[in-house]
Design a binder for this molecule. Structure first.
Ligand SMILES: C[S@@+](CC[C@H](N)C(=O)[O-])C[C@H]1O[C@@H](n2cnc3c(N)ncnc32)[C@H](O)[C@@H]1O
Length: 293
């Protein structure tokens, strides 16, 4: 499948042009599309693994958001548990991809494996529009696009054992030491992931930031809920089924080394549920208050 440069274009707009129009006060940016703050302050977390950014949305992305969101998109509002079989219209295994960026790799993997459903979540509005456009263009009915924080999706909206896999490709590396707490892959996150992954499901991570790759290897190896699929206990060569991603390409251009890790969820032992979302989660109101959020 070729996805290069693929956008669903709106006939009245110049391709690639950003959309600039004046909205009334309080008028939503995308009336039928993703909400600006889906979970609201109730689930707002003190430490987040992403950088909130104002993003330019092209005409094609806006058109895709408006037209396709009601069909394939959902807000991560933390208010209900998702019935994934109902959501996808079948009971095929569901793989969660956290942080799909512009979604090209997601679309390619969905096209190559129609027997797997992909629950793709990111906070990046242009990427959501882009992925919806790709899904439409290539008839990918096995992709759903979530808007919001993956921690809230995992913690509040998915049920135990709901997932057949988890993909985290090139998560924000947060290279400065004082930002390491923002990294997604850490013990508390793995507790939460383990509680949502069925036995035998795999966690596949990739990064071009070597210190983060080491951290991933350490915390995944130490976690009792996972075992390395690689016999020597190290990194795995990039599997053929994972396409090169946009961020990976940028890393490779800078001479970075890319590492993949694939771990398997082992048969269940009880997970310490109270740690779930921990370092990332302002679960308690007093935490939020203390952080001034
Ligand atoms: C560095 S980009 C990588 C994008 C893509 N996987 C690639 O390789 O091109 C990381 C992405 O993860 C998203 N992200 C980070 N933390 C997230 C979270 N907690 N929930 C949802 N998306 C998140 C960011 O918005 C960003 O789009």
């Amino acid at each position: 499948m070729s996805t290069a440069g693929a956008h669903t274009q709106h006939p009245e707009h110049t391709p690639g042009a950003s959309v600039r129009r004046t909205r009334e006060k309080g008028e939503p940016r995308f009336p039928d599309g993703p909400k600006a703050d889906p979970a609201g302050s109730h689930f707002e977390r003190r430490i987040r693994s992403f950088q909130p950014r104002r993003s330019r949305v092209t005409a094609g992305q806006e058109e895709a958001l408006q037209r396709l969101w009601p069909r394939w998109g959902f807000d991560v509002d933390g208010r209900q548990r998702l019935d994934l079989a109902e959501f996808f219209g079948n009971d095929r295994p569901v793989v969660l991809e956290i942080g799909f960026g512009m979604g090209e790799a997601t679309a390619r993997m969905a096209a190559a494996d129609p027997g797997t459903n992909i629950l793709a979540v990111d906070v990046h509005t242009p990427g959501q529009g882009h992925l919806l456009g790709l899904a439409d263009q290539h008839g990918l009915d096995n992709v759903r696009v979530g808007n919001g924080d993956a921690i809230i999706l995992l913690r509040e909206m998915l049920t135990p054992d709901a997932l057949g896999g988890l993909r985290v490709y090139f998560p924000d590396p947060w290279p400065k030491k004082r930002h390491h707490k923002r990294r997604l892959i850490q013990p508390a996150f793995l507790d939460l992931a383990a509680a949502r992954l069925a036995p035998g499901a795999t966690v596949h991570c990739a990064t071009d930031w070597e210190p983060y790759a080491q951290q991933m290897l350490e915390v995944l190896t130490a976690h009792p809920g996972f075992e390395n699929t690689v016999a020597d206990g190290g990194f795995t060569p990039r599997p053929q089924f994972r396409p090169l991603t946009r961020f990976e390409g940028q890393g490779l251009d800078k001479g970075h080394v890319v590492n993949d890790l694939i771990f398997r969820r082992v048969p269940h032992a009880d997970q310490p549920a109270d740690r779930a979302g921990g370092d990332h989660g302002a679960d308690r109101p007093e935490d939020r208050d203390a952080a001034g959020t």
